[in-house]
Design a protein around this ligand. Structure first.
Ligand SMILES: Cc1cc2nc3c(=O)[nH]c(=O)nc-3n(C[C@H](O)[C@H](O)[C@H](O)COP(=O)(O)OP(=O)(O)OC[C@H]3O[C@@H](n4cnc5c(N)ncnc54)[C@H](O)[C@@H]3O)c2cc1C
Ligand SMILES: *[C@@H]1O[C@H](CO)[C@@H](O)[C@H](O)[C@H]1NC(C)=O
Ligand SMILES: *[C@@H]1O[C@H](CO)[C@@H](O)[C@H](O)[C@H]1NC(C)=O
Ligand SMILES: *[C@@H]1O[C@H](CO)[C@@H](O)[C@H](O)[C@H]1NC(C)=O
Ligand SMILES: *[C@@H]1O[C@H](CO)[C@@H](O)[C@H](O)[C@H]1NC(C)=O
Ligand SMILES: *[C@@H]1O[C@H](CO)[C@@H](O)[C@H](O)[C@H]1NC(C)=O
Length: 502
């Protein structure tokens, strides 16, 4: 399939790396000719191959411990170029992995295995807010830090996550819980339209009225499974005039009181508040973010403090919402959240519909405090993020509605250092520790008779993961998958399958 005549610039690129192209082509099906350069497209689109100088800095996910080798990484600058690349991949039976912020817990933004064509959307940075409808148009390569700054400049916000390096692509296709989600719903529940390229390379509009089944499926199960979204239209909201963030810490011995108080208080607190609790080996920390001044924020916290007693340390920041959002970055340069920010990490999500049982707290005590940690680990933790509020009462149905009624989601995790700070280095001990901890917690799961988990914290080790993420929605998702991508061009180890696994 001839897509486009190679430009002179792209010809030079292929000539300089001829040997490597031969290697790549040798790995492709026999019918593939050597014209892969055709995906070079227009002059501002670029291609990183296995022999490009920057391949070793571009092939990793935010979680640096994964060591996958994509076939190539393509950075289209236009929708047409992205479409041509998808047609190329489909014709040559190559899996396509869209990448927005690269924060998939399983490195699915680079395919989650070797040999995918990564289509990185970093050149898609368009931004505007319609003054009448307050709908924001957001390029699919935008990360939350720069997005928050652009929104703040127009006096708006969208509900989304706390980490500035996360991409709008993954977060808004799989959920999106954090600042303002209790007030306005998960990010995905606020997506009102998308421009998507399907596996045939056709550009389609997806909304409540255009491709409605796909619209339902993309919002909650959309990451990497159905097509490549180049642009999001997201309902934005006027930013509140004053926002306060209070961060409190307690000594580790108080962890049971905090978990108990957090679940009890969180189930009924004003939905203008968002809160995250971190139980780690050295402290217990609670961060509360509220649309109000310091006094008002202290007032909504009082019932919780009545259960826990006063914290050892308290830091209060009153300001505008951007100041509050930037605190989530904890030192990351919000404006420059590039690929070089990283960590080594394994973790798992479980979601809860009420306060944890004593048995669950015993498991946390035993792993976080009493167990021997792997030598290289730098931190072990459980974080609790408050859900509910408007998440339970969305304007338009989506896959994400399966999680209505969840009080909080937890994430168990372990972080570690690698000597020399090299990417691609796994820690078998850490993975084992993480698995043992998550499995022990799961064995005493108190929140219903089967495990429920947040699909944006994907985990290939989670048994019955599809059921945990999507519940009764799975068959309908499979039907959408068959209709839109029957050849499974958009696939990775945990993508929506073409049929139920038996
Ligand atoms: C440090 C950290 C903090 C986090 N904080 C939060 C938080 O506060 N709240 C929360 O809800 N979640 C949070 N997450 C989870 C996060 O929402 C998911 O990991 C999300 O999938 C990341 O999106 P991404 O675009 O950065 O990642 P990517 O790895 O680029 O993408 C994730 C998946 O979506 C697909 N995808 C990405 N863009 C597109 C697109 N344009 N079209 C089609 N498919 C696409 C990818 O192929 C991949 O399968 C956090 C994750 C990390 C690592
Ligand atoms: C490439 O980018 C430059 C600078 O942003 C722009 O002026 C030019 O029009 C772009 N070219 C194409 C073909 O998109
Ligand atoms: C965010 O918006 C507020 C209110 O308009 C403004 O004062 C502040 O400077 C903005 N912050 C940034 C970082 O742009
Ligand atoms: C907290 O406890 C104090 C004293 O015990 C009581 O007066 C107050 O009403 C309680 N506040 C809340 C919000 O529960
Ligand atoms: C409280 O703050 C002090 C001084 O900033 C610090 O030394 C201490 O470690 C903090 N304690 C906790 C429990 O975070
Ligand atoms: C953790 O260790 C303490 C002190 O040895 C002990 O009292 C407690 O029972 C242990 N907890 C668990 C869950 O094993």
């Amino acid at each position: 399939m001839r897509l486009q005549k190679p430009s002179l610039a792209s010809f030079a690129l292929v000539a300089a790396s001829w040997l490597c192209w031969t290697d790549i082509v040798a790995a492709l099906p026999a019918s593939t000719d050597t014209c892969m350069v055709d995906i070079k497209g227009s002059s501002n689109s670029t291609l990183t191959t296995q022999c490009s100088a920057d391949y070793e800095t571009q092939r990793f996910a935010f979680d640096w411990n994964f060591n996958y080798h994509p076939l190539a990484i393509y950075y289209p600058s236009t929708v047409d170029d992205a479409a041509a690349a998808i047609r190329y991949a489909a014709a040559n039976k190559i899996s396509v992995a869209p990448r927005s912020g690269g924060h998939s817990f399983e490195a699915y933004g680079v395919g989650g295995r070797d040999g995918s064509l990564v289509i990185d959307l970093k050149n898609f940075q368009q931004f505007s807010v319609d003054p009448d409808t307050e709908v924001a148009t957001i390029g699919a390569g935008t990360r939350l830090g720069p997005l928050y700054t652009r929104l703040n400049a127009t006096g708006h916000l969208i509900p989304a996550g706390t980490c500035p390096t996360v991409g709008i692509g993954g977060i808004s296709l799989g959920g999106g819980v954090g600042f303002w989600t209790r007030l306005h719903g998960a990010t995905t529940q606020n997506v009102v339209g998308m421009t998507m390229i399907n596996a045939k390379g056709e550009v389609i509009e997806v909304s409540k009225t255009s491709n409605p089944e796909l619209f339902w499926a993309l919002r909650g199960a959309g990451g990497g499974s159905f097509g490549l979204v180049t642009e999001f239209k997201v309902q934005a909201y006027k930013a509140p005039p004053v926002v306060t963030v209070i961060v409190m810490t307690w000594p580790v011995e108080k962890f049971r009181d905090l978990i108990h108080a957090y679940g009890t208080w969180g189930a009924t607190v004003d939905k203008g508040a968002f809160a995250a609790l971190v139980v780690s080996g050295t402290y217990v920390e609670l961060m509360v973010n509220y649309q109000g001044n310091t006094e008002q924020t202290q007032a909504i916290l009082q019932p919780l403090l009545n259960m826990t007693g006063e914290p050892t340390n308290t830091t209060t920041t009153e300001g505008n919402w951007w100041t509050a959002a930037s605190l989530g970055g904890r030192g990351v340069d919000v404006e420059n959240p590039d690929l070089q920010h990283h960590r080594n990490h394994r973790g798992r999500s479980l979601v809860y519909r009420g306060v944890m049982s004593d048995a669950e707290m015993d498991v946390i005590e035993s792993y976080i405090y009493n167990s021997t940690k792997p030598e290289t680990s730098t931190k072990v933790y459980v974080t609790y993020e408050l859900w509910g509020g408007k998440i339970d009462d969305p304007e338009v149905p989506s896959v994400f509605d399966y999680h209505k009624g969840v009080v909080y989601s937890i994430q168990t995790g372990i972080l570690w250092d690698v000597p020399g700070n090299k990417p691609g280095v796994d820690c078998a001990e850490c993975t084992k520790w993480s698995l043992d901890f998550s499995n022990a917690l799961q064995a005493v799961y108190s929140s219903g008779d089967k495990i429920e988990s947040y699909q944006n914290y994907m985990d290939h080790d989670l048994p019955n993961a599809m059921d945990a993420y999507f519940g009764p929605n799975l068959q309908r998702l499979i039907d959408v998958k068959n209709a839109i991508d029957p050849d499974n061009v958009f696939s990775f180890p945990q993508s929506i399958p073409l049929k139920q696994e038996s």
